[in-house]
Design a protein around this ligand. Structure first.
Ligand SMILES: *Cc1c(COP(=O)(O)O)cnc(C)c1O
Length: 851
């Protein structure tokens, strides 16, 4: 054998001058929601476009020169190119910034930190819901011209690719990204040098390179430790999303939180509002506090100054889902950091303390160092308030500061092109600016039924083409025959897409109960095998490689799909990613979701389905509990909390079977003379009209601005001015209250009457021991409500007492004269809690005494 050396050379295509801006289009994730841009690339060479995974930058590096030349001379191509550029330019020249939100001045800016971001399949730094939500948040921030930067990690491998073998085993593979192929570029200093920052880890400093991705008006900075200066161990820190052990996780979170703050500082970016999306990024709050301590502030004041303009969003509905690190590990990584903060180790660990555990909990840290905290749906807000109740020990969860903003999805990303073309025709171009206008969207009803239906059919047919290709590949890899493939694809007919298709696609996490519909296979058989009214059930989703029960679910779906009678009726499609998601949510007829209540924090795939006229059939959990109005889809009421798991699954699956059998299937197949069901179209139109204006990311981000970012921005400045005078003031006040509160008590002096006449006054008088606090440090309050089942405290009337002097033994007297304005039996309570006008939430101290 001869030996030989393989030399390589890469030949870059020369982009014709006429098409020179293709490179700019390829470097701005604007293409992730602008299909016109993506179509330009796919038109030049559809095969290559598929082969590079719809990645414009990778495409431009490999495309055949002759095809580029041809495109540059093709008049119709040039027309599309020009129209894309004109849309691109007008989007980017939009009177930049500060126009939409009076809450933000020219120097204000939100910094948004997240562990993963999902914009498009060409930037594989996401795994699922959380990342895609973060991506949608950035896209909507860009659309709204919000001054906004984002910070994340640039993973070499991102999340894994999934294949499923012939026995239903999930096979996992990873590919290294070539960063030059990704829509990112090194962030540069003014002198053109790359921005690198250092982050301290035990016994060493790690170099971090900063990359920048452009998402319309928004920049996302991605941190990367895979640099030759770093030892291999450190190069691996940003290697894999959700890979590795606890050490890798804490190091990733340190790079993101601490490195992120450092990088923004290095670039001269001075955010005025900081948002930690999930607890992974919460170390950023510590780093900000350290900087303030270095400037001479004490830690308590620094913590107030940091928290006041920090927003924390939690996305998990199970306490075990909240990230935490052992005491020993924290000591390794933060002992010297703690010295920088000039606090004791006990004080430091208390920042991450939750009762019943010695670990350092990232959610606890995030709540301690933020003043705005939220869940991602109404139910999840309540669940989170309960999970985190111990952080405000004397406050009922329903009153504690944990609130919610329901998620939304980025409509231009997830709305199929066919719909946006149709909207242009029937609603006018301005639909893009009417995203949250509920009345406007009722105009969907003016779209002729047959047109509406034909779009639905087109989208289903496109989905069928996609699924056929994927299943063919899957079948060949698993050594299935052609005949077998034909059998599998019998119902997947793009020419006649008339079968009713149900879709279930999401992470295979156990609480999502992918196999709920297999509870009663005989019943399912009856439903799917009806010869006149066939039904096709499509599954897709990944399970985390460490999630064994999740992988068992995949095996079970695969097993049932291979049972002879279900073959071709139940399909399991591999490698659920954004591309497959876009097709499925728009192409299926019914989107199923059946989580265990109340564990679905929000869920967003059902929103994507809803805006595309796909009908939801879901358990009333997460967003659907708010979205469902009785007419825009179907709902399964969850069994009550105390139902045993086995019974609950049985009850709820039964509801699914009944709704499918009695409502969904008959309605779908009640076809009129034009071949579609007008009832179905009516419901789909209404579902779209009712869901689109509410569950879109523009509404979500606007809500964040109005409720959180705006106030945090203002209060942040208020705390910071005059060398942090107010931060110091509130920190000192809190310290005073904390030490005094144990001695605070309340006693009633008036003799309560049991019955009064309408119009009569109730004269309340109480004496409070304030233990050194002043009367203006507290609020004494009456809560009153007509007695009616179990009322939430926020539906009570709240009335404040007035200070009325000090009695002879030093107790403070408070009085209230109150005339009830309602008749009947009423329930009332009296209480006292600490109050200061600088507080962000009146109960943030977590202290309260009830009589
Ligand atoms: C939307 C989306 C998700 C999240 O779906 P849920 O319904 O929230 O579970 C996950 N993965 C992909 C690829 C998505 O597009």
């Amino acid at each position: 054998m001869t030996t030989r050396t393989a030399f390589t050379v890469t030949v870059n295509p020369k982009i014709p001058a006429r098409l020179s801006r293709l490179e700019e289009l390829a470097s701005n994730l604007w293409y992730s929601w602008d299909r016109g841009t993506r179509n330009l690339f796919s038109r030049i060479d559809p095969r290559l476009w598929g082969a590079v995974g719809h990645n414009p930058k990778a495409f431009l590096k490999r495309v055949d020169e002759s095809l580029l030349q041809k495109a540059a001379e093709d008049q119709t191509f040039l027309a599309s190119y020009n129209s894309v550029l004109s849309a691109y330019d007008s989007y980017h020249s939009e009177p930049l910034r500060y126009t939409h939100f009076e809450e933000f001045g020219p120097r204000d800016q939100v910094a948004y930190f997240c562990f993963e971001f999902g914009f498009h399949e060409s930037l594989p730094v996401y795994s699922g819901g959380l990342g895609i939500l973060a991506g949608d948040h950035c896209k909507a921030a860009s659309d709204l011209c919000l001054p906004f930067v984002a910070v994340g990690l640039l993973y070499r491998q991102g999340y894994f690719f999934q294949t499923i073998d012939s026995l239903g085993n999930q096979q996992v593979s990873y590919t290294d990204s070539e960063f030059e192929d990704l829509p990112v570029e090194p962030a540069l200093n003014d002198d053109g040098s790359e921005i690198h920052v250092q982050v301290s880890l035990p016994g060493r400093k790690v170099m971090v390179k900063v990359w920048r991705a452009t998402i319309g008006h928004v920049s996302l900075y991605l941190l990367d430790t895979d640099l030759p200066e770093n030892p291999l161990k450190d190069r691996m820190i940003t290697h894999q999303l959700y890979g590795g052990d606890r050490t890798m996780r804490i190091e990733q979170e340190i790079i993101l939180g601490i490195g992120g703050v450092t990088a923004l500082g290095e670039m001269g970016i001075q955010p005025t509002v900081w948002h930690s999306n999930e607890g992974h990024a919460a170390f950023m709050m510590l780093e900000r506090a350290r900087k303030l301590v270095q400037q001479g502030l004490d830690f308590a004041s620094a913590a107030e100054a940091v928290a006041v303009n920090t927003v924390f969003t939690t996305h998990t509905a199970v306490p075990a889902g909240h990230d935490s690190f052992s005491k020993a590990m924290m000591h390794d990584y933060f002992a010297s950091f703690c010295q920088d903060l000039k606090i004791s180790w006990e004080e430091f660990m208390a920042l991450g303390h939750i009762p019943g555990s010695d670990d350092f909990n990232m959610t606890a840290l995030a709540i301690h160092l933020s003043r705005t905290h939220n869940g991602v749906s109404k139910i999840h807000g309540d669940v989170s308030a309960r999970i985190c109740r111990d952080l405000w020990p004397q406050i009922e969860p329903e009153e504690n500061p944990m609130t919610y903003i329901t998620n939304g999805v980025h409509v231009p990303t997830f709305l199929a092109q066919e719909w946006s073309d149709l909207f242009d025709r029937y609603l006018g171009y301005e639909w893009r600016n009417k995203m949250c206008d509920k009345d406007f969207w009722l105009r969907i009803d003016t779209i002729p039924d047959h047109l509406f239906w034909s779009i639905r059919q087109t989208l289903k047919s496109q989905m069928f083409y996609g699924i056929r290709a994927r299943l063919a590949e899957q079948n060949a890899r698993n050594r299935g025959s052609e005949a077998h493939l034909d059998r599998l694809l019998k119902l997947v007919d793009p020419i006649n897409p008339n079968v009713l298709v149900l879709g279930f696609a999401r992470r295979f996490a156990t609480y999502k109960r992918a196999t709920l519909l297999f509870e009663n296979l005989d019943w399912l058989r009856k439903i799917l095998l009806d010869t006149e009214h066939p039904v096709l059930l499509i599954f897709a989703g990944k399970a985390h490689p460490a999630d064994i029960p999740g992988q068992d679910l995949i095996r079970k779906v695969s097993y049932v799909s291979r049972m002879p009678e279900f073959e071709g009726r139940i399909l399991l499609v591999e490698n659920y990613d954004m591309r497959l998601a876009r097709r499925l949510v728009a192409g299926v007829d019914v989107w199923l979701n059946n989580p265990i209540y109340p564990l679905e924090a929000s869920g967003t795939s059902g929103m994507k389905a809803g805006i595309n006229g796909t009908l939801n059939l879901s358990v009333l959990d997460g967003w659907w509990e708010e979205g469902y109005d009785g007419k825009n889809g179907w709902a399964v009421k969850p069994a009550s909390d105390d139902t045993e798991a086995v019974l609950r699954d049985k009850d709820e699956s039964q509801s699914f079977y009944e709704i499918l059998q009695d409502q969904v299937i008959p309605m779908f197949y009640r076809r009129g003379k034009f071949g579609y069901s007008s009832e179905w179209v009516k419901m789909a139109k209404y579902s779209m009209a009712s869901l689109l204006p509410r569950y879109n990311a523009a509404r979500m981000v606007s809500e964040y601005v109005k409720k959180f970012y705006g106030p945090a921005n203002k209060q942040g400045m208020h705390y910071a001015k005059d060398a942090f005078a107010n931060a110091k003031l509130i920190a000192a006040w809190k310290a005073k209250v904390k030490s005094a509160w144990k001695g605070v008590s309340l006693r009633r002096l008036d003799t309560p009457g049991k019955r009064i006449d309408f119009g009569e006054t109730m004269d309340f008088k109480v004496a409070a021991k304030l233990n050194g606090l002043q009367p203006e440090d507290v609020i004494v309050e009456l809560l009153l409500c007509r007695q009616y089942k179990k009322m939430r405290l926020n539906s009570f009337k709240h009335v404040h007492f007035k200070f009325a002097g000090i009695d002879s033994n030093g107790e403070h007297l408070f009085e209230l004269n109150y005339v009830p304005d309602l008749c009947g039996k009423q329930e009332y309570y009296l209480r006292i809690y600490p109050y200061h006008p600088l507080l962000i939430h009146p109960l943030e101290m977590g202290r309260m005494v009830w009589l």
